[in-house]
Ligand binder design. Structure first.
Ligand code: SF4
Length: 352
């Protein structure tokens, strides 16, 4: 085990990428980087890390910001609950912990949005606590080197991987070891083309010796992708557009979009008009219908069309506004509020 850890660490010193969150032991900045990088590639996450650390250099500054400002800065990164949880955790640290970031794995794990992996990363990188990280890269490296063929989504499999990772982590350099195994998985023992020929484990790796690189790690469960069809009603009134904040219980909570008619498939203009007329606006003109936008999320594919309409009937408009809990916004305000990327694309292409 010791030999494997030291080989990983020595590989890391020669091959690691120079990333800004690796040059700090500030737990706040490490936490920001870890939340940003969840389900996000380094190249995509890096500019967000730089923007966040510049605008909110401390946990106090992040706690003081409004949720809308935080979501606006996060825009384009997806999985917006990460930003909302991060903001709530910053407020918690400032209000309940006198602004002091917790130092122990068990305490860090109590923060909103922080699971085992993130808590282990912060505790080891910032405070050198000996607690092993286990993420997708680590599952792959351990499964291949040791030939572990248990499903990484099963409880039994999780226990075995956690046990193996805990045996590997050294007393003196838990931070470097954790960085090393993740970086090795990200750059060398990659999912599709592991570089087995020039690998420090080429003589010992079970997957290589049995030619099972493409079979390990074993992942059994797969969530089904759901298709959703959004027909957005974009109401224009006196150079303003009607928008509403999305509520809890669905994607994009806290972001702003337009009233939606959702269906199980794309419906045509007459069906949209019919539904709209039964929802308070009887008299309106359809100004334009957008092309279909496709937006891919992890477990959902969104197909969206935007129907731009105009009405002169103030009373009908008021009932519609009340029914959807929406408000009229001018261009300046629309640019400020956080929106799903899909909506920003439509506005750019068709409206502003
Ligand atoms: S030999 Fe290949 S599969 Fe095994 S650890 Fe090295 S790169 Fe990964």
């Amino acid at each position: 085990m010791e030999n494997i850890s030291s080989k990983l660490i020595s590989w890391y010193h020669k091959n690691k990428r120079d990333l800004p969150w690796r040059n700090t032991t500030d737990p706040y900045k490490i936490w920001l980087s870890e939340i940003i990088l969840q389900q996000t590639r380094v190249a995509q996450g890096l500019p967000y890390y730089l923007k966040f650390t510049e605008k909110y250099p401390t946990v106090e500054t992040l706690a003081k910001a409004s949720e809308q400002e935080v979501l606006r800065l996060w825009q384009g990164l997806g999985y917006y609950s990460r930003a909302r949880n991060m903001h709530a955790a910053a407020k918690y640290i400032v209000t309940n912990l006198e602004g002091k970031f917790p130092e122990k794995f068990t305490e860090i794990k109590k923060l909103k949005g922080v699971g085992d992996y993130t808590a282990a990363a912060i505790a080891s990188f910032a405070f050198k606590e000996k607690v092993a990280v286990v993420d997708g890269n680590v599952y792959r490296v351990l499964a291949r080197i040791f030939g572990i063929d248990k499903d990484i989504n099963s409880n039994d499999g999780k226990k075995e991987f956690a046990k193996t990772a805990a045996l590997l982590i050294p007393e003196d350099e838990p931070d470097t070891y954790n960085q090393a195994i993740m970086e090795f998985g990200a750059l060398h023992c990659t999912p599709a083309n592991p570089n087995c020929l020039f690998c420090p484990f080429t003589q010992a790796c079970v997957a290589r010796l049995t030619q099972k690189q493409d079979k390990l790690p074993v992942k059994i469960k797969k969530l089904k992708t759901k298709k959703r069809f959004f027909h957005y009603i974009v109401v224009e009134h006196q150079d303003q557009l009607l928008m509403k904040e999305r509520q809890a219980g669905d994607i994009w909570q806290g972001l702003f979009d337009f009233p939606i008619i959702e269906a199980t498939e794309t419906i045509d203009e007459s069906a949209v008009i019919e539904q709209l007329q039964s929802n308070y606006i009887k008299e309106f003109e359809v100004q334009s219908i957008s092309k279909e936008f496709k937006h891919i999320l992890t477990h959902q594919h969104i197909y969206a069309k935007f129907f731009l309409i105009k009405t002169q009937k103030e009373k009908q408009l008021k009932s519609f506004i009340a029914h959807y809990g929406a408000k009229l916004y001018n261009q300046e305000k629309i640019e400020e509020i956080p929106k799903p990327v899909l909506v920003s694309k439509y506005l750019k292409e068709y409206i502003f």
